[in-house]
Design a protein around this ligand. Sequence first.
Ligand code: GUN
Length: 282
Amino acid sequence: MQLISGKAVSADIREKLAQENADFEREFGRAPALAVIIVGDDPASHTYVNNKIKGCAQVGFRSICQKYENGTPQEEIASYIRSLAEDDSVDGILVQLPLPKGYDEKYLLSLIPDSKDVDGFSPANTGLLSMNSPNTVSCTPLGIMHLLKSTGVELKGKDAVVIGRSNTVGKPMAMLLLNADCTVTVCHSKTVNLAEYTRKADIVVVAIGRPKFLKGDMVKDGAIVIDVGINRVDGKLVGDVDFDEVAPRCSYITPVPGGVGPMTITMLLANTLSAARHRLEK
Ligand code: GUN
């Protein structure tokens, strides 16, 4: 069994991004800029946003962080997103999810132009991915593809099972694996006999937010297992995979923490640089 270190893969990519940022600045006279909007006081969301801002600083990007209290009128936030959309010095706009109850997520996200949608959540970017001509791809699944590639294992023809069908992770993950010539099955909370699917899979990606859901007897020997879960149990971070049971059966597995997590923000930085290049090269 080998661990896939998201920390190491992520550090390599960030080093390259810092170099590419220097080239970008030389060419365009400024660094790429990311604007992040957060509403409310969810501690996990604030941690993620702080890490996004720190990530920008690490590779030399400019960042703007706008924090709103829960209860801020939706139209105030909408006007701000519209102003960022029109601001030529801003390359990426990200609204941290989930929004507190009462806000219309679809509406607020619809105000982000496709060209600045560094999360890859817009209908156009989602559609382009499903047509295998991707523009911007959702950060977590994109990071997982880098982790899979880092193993050197050929993906073509592999049986892949994705557990979870969220718009942000499960569905784009399934599309990326399909685009990489895997045979893909998406399992979810209504799947009957889920273990029958996972036991046949060469690759299992688990993204459901249920601590230690995937057990040792649910995977075949030699499988690659990717754990997207970040669950807090008694103050400790626990994945969706029962690591102690599953790891001995795997060829490769991602740890939690230090697996998928570090890749998500790195892909956000990569998406921000690409968005900036696309906009300014036009
Ligand atoms: N909340 C949890 N993950 C994400 C993400 O990738 N993007 C945004 N915008 N919000 C999130």
